[in-house]
Design a protein around this ligand. Structure first.
Ligand SMILES: [Zn+2]
Length: 94
């Protein structure tokens, strides 16, 4: 038995009942991730050894978020920041 093809003309679409189609809702962008952190340098990841970017958090703390091994390192102390500055390659962003 041949299937009846349901042809919906533009007029039917306008006048007829709404087709039961799922509405495509635009998901809002996730805002949990840091929007635009300033990159201040490049350093070798202490865990996997790959080159990763050093970012500055909103509270002006340098941190590394390694995209290879997912390690996250925050430099919260003066000494760690001093060592980081010595080790990392500074990049100019502006
Ligand atoms: Zn790593």
């Amino acid at each position: 038995m041949p299937k009846k093809k349901e042809a919906r003309g533009w007029l039917d679409t306008l006048l007829g009942p709404e087709p039961k189609e799922p509405l495509i809702r635009e998901e809002p962008e996730p805002t949990t991730l840091q929007p635009a952190l300033r990159q201040i340098g490049i350093i070798d990841c202490p865990i996997c050894g790959r080159e990763v970017a050093v970012f500055l958090t909103k509270t002006n703390r340098p941190f590394v978020n390694c995209s290879y091994c997912s390690a996250r390192i925050f430099y919260n102390g003066r000494e760690s920041m001093r060592l980081l500055k010595k080790k990392m390659t500074t990049v100019e962003t502006d």
